[in-house]
Design a binder for this molecule. Structure first.
Ligand code: ZN
Length: 291
């Protein structure tokens, strides 16, 4: 994420130049501006033009690409809706863009990163008591998306900021998305085989429908390369074993999630495309464990 500065004009209502009164933390908002093009730079431009004399502003507005600083961190922005209260006077505000042509997950992840950076620079090592929803100050239904779990809920947001403060790394939340790392969680029966394999360079195992639920689709197959044969209870795993219909497999390999196709919050209904060693294939999210 790139942090850039497009400051609102000093001396106008949106940026009166009042010094912040101490630091309690960061307040999080969603713009709730779903129009195409309503990204961070568009909001920054709003404060420089049409809204410069409106008593509405923010320190930062973040989208999938940028964090744009509109009001310096040491100055008050009118974002929390509590007038001269602690929300406006002692917290730094971040607006997360939810424009339809943006990427709410990347934008929210960028806000996590920015949040952690602000807290760190203010000597905060534990998020407890230092992260606020706009809702906390006035009861407004904001951040609208996060309050609905889009792309994840408030608890997850706070955990991610804490994780970033702790030194980075993605929080494992079992919500599978592009970029997640996953393993197959369990032992699965081999229902069918394609041999010789024409679809994948290292062999294929047929739809594992009866193992746990619905098949992905009639044309979907798992590559057999990373799979080990094993007993029904997972014992005697053999990476060089010969797969056979009616036998069992398990797999300890970690796969990268390339993409997802259905709302994977509601696993096992989601479908993910996985990749390892250059082989891609589609699977249900149900048997996947995010690691
Ligand atoms: Zn808000």
């Amino acid at each position: 994420m790139q942090v850039i500065e497009r400051l609102a004009p000093l001396g106008h209502n949106c940026r009166p130049g009042i010094n912040r009164r101490g630091f309690r933390g960061v307040t999080i908002h969603n713009t709730s501006n779903w129009s195409n093009g309503a990204n961070a730079l568009a909001h920054a431009n709003l404060l420089r033009n049409g809204w410069k004399d409106v008593y509405t502003s923010w320190n930062y507005v973040v989208d999938k690409d940028y964090a744009v600083r509109c009001v310096p961190e040491n100055e008050v922005a009118w974002c929390q809706g509590d007038g001269n209260g602690d929300g406006n006077m002692t917290t730094i505000s971040i607006e997360i863009c939810d424009n339809a042509d943006g990427d709410i997950r990347k934008a929210t992840d960028n806000a996590v990163e920015l949040c952690a950076d602000i807290l760190r620079r203010n000597g905060i090592t534990n998020v407890n008591g230092h992260l606020f929803q706009h809702n906390y100050w006035t009861g407004k239904d904001c951040p609208y998306d996060i309050r609905r779990g889009n792309p994840y809920d408030w608890g997850t947001f706070c955990n991610k900021v804490q994780q970033a403060l702790n030194g980075g790394g993605e929080v494992v939340d079992q919500i599978i998305h592009a970029g997640s790392k996953v393993k197959f969680n369990g032992v699965f029966r081999i229902d069918d085989l394609i041999l010789p394999c024409v679809k994948y360079p290292n062999g294929a195992v047929g739809c594992y429908a009866t193992c746990y639920g619905k098949p992905i689709g009639v044309d979907d197959w798992l590559p057999s390369g990373p799979l080990s044969t094993c007993n029904a209870d997972g014992s005697n795993a053999n990476p060089n074993g010969i797969l056979d219909t009616g036998g069992y497999w398990k797999c300890d390999k970690v796969f990268n999630v390339i993409s997802t196709e259905l709302p994977t919050r509601y696993t096992p209904n989601g479908v993910a495309t996985l990749e390892a060693d250059g082989v891609r294939f589609r699977v249900d999210c149900g048997p996947l464990l995010e690691v």
